[in-house]
Design a protein around this ligand. Sequence first.
Ligand code: FMN
Length: 354
Amino acid sequence: MLSESQKKRLITAAIYAPSADNSQPFQFRWQNDNTLELWIDPTRSGKASDNRFVLSDIALGAVLENIIVCADSFPLSTQIEYFPDGVQNELFIASIYFLPAERALDASDDLVGEIPKRCTDRRFPFKGPIKTQTIELLTNAAKQRDCDLLSFACKKTIKHVLPVIQQAETIRFKSKILHQELFSTVHFNNTQTEEGMPISVLAIEKPAQPMFKLMKKWSVMNFVNKIGGAAMLGFRSVRIPILFSPALVLITMKGKDRLSVIKAGRAIQRVWLQASQQGLSVQPYAAPGIFSLGYIACEDELKSQLDAVATQMRNIVNNNSATNDYGLMFLRIGYNKAVQHRSHRRPVESFVKN
Ligand SMILES: Cc1cc2nc3c(=O)[nH]c(=O)nc-3n(C[C@H](O)[C@H](O)[C@H](O)COP(=O)(O)O)c2cc1C
């Protein structure tokens, strides 16, 4: 039976998980003193880019990984039942049963200390080089969760995958629906916001911030697009940071069903914790993978561009592995000084499901 303090530690670890635009679409309910239910929060999920809950499932996968890593450190064993209600309840992601541990944790597995330290770093440049052994550690972390990791660690291979990331990123500014979704999560004045992202974490240069703020209005963004603005934003937010980084990795998954995505969320978080333990900074680029799964609910006129992203992603995976896996998330990695601005979380109590 878990003590109240153990329960609190588990939930505290859980909510450090990353989520798209810091939406924190997770909820928890203790069924009894040994069983924790994990739910998607309907009020913070299901937007156009979260159609079929792809973004939420990744975040919930990351939450699950934090819980397992934290339970391991007690030590406690865990059994997970995914989708306990099946299709009857698509928001009920998992029940986690906690049991006495059979063995103490290997010191080498100990990622729990990284849970509060891990964060997104959108600054550049990142320094390198990154040793082959470090990439191997990250690959093993992905494999431990039934996923894989492809690495692009020289300028030539990085330049090969750059166009698809840039293309996907520009679609986020060309689509009115996706543009409004993104800007609704950016807080320009409240640096301590508990949800979404304060502008400080976006690492936008001070002189460019007023222009970025103006682009929150679709009429301005639309006008800027007409003079090549979306491409310019793609250049600044993708091309420059990635070319000033020693490596990119791509987490791939076996299927595109919801369970595969949740497991990929676990893999992404495990890779991220491992990277953090190695002193690496990480910035995810989710748009190419998410768009290529084909569930985005945006304007019809952008469909051919989304299809082109899907084709390129398929080619990247096929050319770099012997599998038919799906590329889900790119991570830009490298070494940097400690992050000064990071996002916050809501109070623990607000995550309780009634
Ligand atoms: C599914 C998912 C997609 C994300 N996509 C991006 C992205 O495309 N670009 C980016 O800079 N950060 C991305 N992030 C990082 C989140 O914005 C970040 O996790 C969140 O703001 C919380 O901040 P933290 O990671 O520092 O705790 C993504 C995270 C998740 C889980």
